[in-house]
Write a protein that binds this ligand. Structure first.
Ligand code: ATP
Length: 369
């Protein structure tokens, strides 16, 4: 069993609360990504699993065992860091083998060690590099050696702290796919820390989004995208980000609901009963804000970005009291670009307009009372 469970875990450094009352269950074999902005506590959470940070309050279990007071070397997990931390004077072979030589308690024979190194090198495509030193490897290859060093230990779980951040964009994309494959091949729990939502969305079986030391939401990439628990998650996930417009809930005579912001009407079926007049933030994904002659949202186009597969229209939408918000709409790449300054109308699918409480940022639902 390699599930990992946080129960009410808090970590304080003096006055700083790095992780606050964290409840999170990472299932056996999951690829869990801890995601959030710099300083949100994700690395601290990972380091607590590794045993590199003590726990101030709460309980952390690996499998059925509470590990609060278990030494790192007795937790049977392997950590891969951003700075690969390879031994420069050792060959790739020796680097990969190093944890097996260090762990005298397991006393593997030389034959067994060689077999494990060969297996890891095979999985990672490093067979041809085993006799090189790290200085003679590319960044991507060094990163794979760091992974190899973790794989030979056959740990219950792999912990990874931003392992791709030193790679260039193309190699990062390739390595993302390799890590997903590795996770499938090893059938082991992965916990992966990043601030890059694209990494999280492409690799994770579930994403745990943190902010200010607190867990905001844990769910599949699809759940956090389509059903964000609050405004923070809604804005953090998605590129380009979700459009957000401050307004008030209105209920028309025929019972249809929406949000007004100045002269704009944003239809939404997600207003809870009895919420008329409530201050809310309407959230609309760029792909759900569609140029349409009958649309109820009017804006002035300020720019167009043509990306080949789609076109992004940037517009200013006035929302009263001489305020305006900039919105991004994803449009068909074919057709003519609107002129800058042109007035455009946008339509939305009322089911897809998310509503968030203006004060708490919590997601509001039709079924809320
Ligand atoms: P980053 O992506 O920048 O690494 P993070 O989300 O991983 O950020 P943490 O490194 O977990 O964030 O830090 C969370 C908070 O705890 C931050 O405010 C940080 O300054 C603080 N912190 C982390 N380690 C220590 C420490 N040893 N002593 C004091 N404060 C610390």
């Amino acid at each position: 069993m390699s599930s990992i469970t946080f129960r009410g875990v808090t970590k304080r450094y003096g006055d700083v609360t790095a992780v606050s009352d964290l409840d999170l269950e990472i299932a056996d074999n999951e690829f869990m990504v801890l995601l959030g902005p710099s300083g949100c506590g994700k690395t601290t959470a990972l380091r607590m699993i590794a045993g590199l940070e003590s726990i101030t309050e709460g309980e952390l279990s690996i499998g059925d065992r509470v590990v609060n007071n278990v030494e790192p070397q007795n937790r049977d997990i392997a950590m891969v860091f951003q700075s690969y931390a390879l031994y420069p004077h050792m060959t790739v072979r020796r680097n990969i083998e190093s944890p097996l030589r260090a762990d005298r308690s397991k006393r593997l024979s030389k034959g067994d060690r060689d077999a494990r190194v060969a297996e890891a090198a095979g999985i990672l495509g490093l067979e041809d590099y085993l006799d090189r030193k790290p200085a003679a490897l590319s960044g991507g290859q060094r990163q794979r050696v760091a992974l190899g060093r973790a794989i030979v230990r056959r740990p219950q779980a792999f912990l990874m702290d931003e392992p791709l951040s030193n790679l260039d964009a193309k190699l990062r994309t390739q390595t993302r796919a390799e890590l997903v494959q590795l996770h499938t091949d090893l059938a082991t729990t992965f916990v992966y820390v990043t601030h890059d939502q694209v990494e999280a969305m492409t690799m994770a079986t579930r994403v745990a989004i943190m902010n200010d030391g607190r867990l905001q939401q844990a769910g599949t990439p699809r759940e956090v995208y389509e059903d964000p628990a609050n405004l923070f998650v809604a804005r953090f996930i998605g590129s380009p980000p979700m459009n957000t417009i401050d307004g008030q809930v209105v209920v028309a005579q025929d019972g249809t609901t929406g949000v007004v912001a100045g002269d704009q009407l944003i239809p939404s079926t997600n207003a809870p009963a009895g919420s008329a007049g409530r201050k809310v933030v309407a959230g609309i994904r760029p792909e759900h804000l569609v140029p349409h002659p009958d649309g109820t949202i009017t804006g002035k186009v300020t720019g167009t970005e043509w990306l080949g597969h789609e076109r992004q229209l940037l517009s200013h939408v006035p929302i009263g009291d001489s305020n305006s918000v900039q919105v991004i709409s994803r449009a068909d790449p074919d057709g003519d670009d609107p002129r800058p300054g042109e007035q455009m109308r946008f339509a939305v699918d009322p089911d897809r307009v998310h509503l968030f409480d203006a004060d708490s940022g919590a997601r509001m639902r039709r079924t809320d009372s």
